[in-house]
Design a binder for this molecule. Sequence first.
Ligand code: GSH
Length: 139
Amino acid sequence: MGVFTHDLKSMLVKLVREGLGRLIVLVSVLTCPKPMQRSPEAQKKVDEAASKLALYQFYACPFCVKTRRAIRRLNAPIELRDAQNDPIHRQTLLKEGGKIQVPCLRIEGEGETTWLYESSEIIAYLESRFGENAGKNPG
Ligand SMILES: N[C@@H](CCC(=O)N[C@@H](CS)C(=O)NCC(=O)O)C(=O)O
């Protein structure tokens, strides 16, 4: 009985979590932020910089929804990689990032690649590179 109850409980928790996640996605789609507008030259630079980034994420994870909203608002065409259903992306995240936790931003740099976890840190990083005040802060 113990094992059966435990299995049923974890199945229900998973279902509720997935359902809530999808509800959050729906609300997010209905209230999606307006993408930032830039001059064609400035947008070209952003597009180039964004091509070096990839977001490992789950569709219905609230932290990923929050991060995807920031990406949309910042109008940065960052590739989204499904680490829930795509076994290659999942394996890469585990092997190279170090753990299965989403969202995680892969940042391709000169000769080295960085894996940035934590939605708030990812958003702060993206804001510092693509936000209104990008490049204006010292350091
Ligand atoms: N504090 C983290 C929380 C991220 C988090 O809890 N992500 C969950 C999905 S919603 C996760 O990666 N779980 C691992 C798993 O389900 O295997 C953040 O803000 O990014």
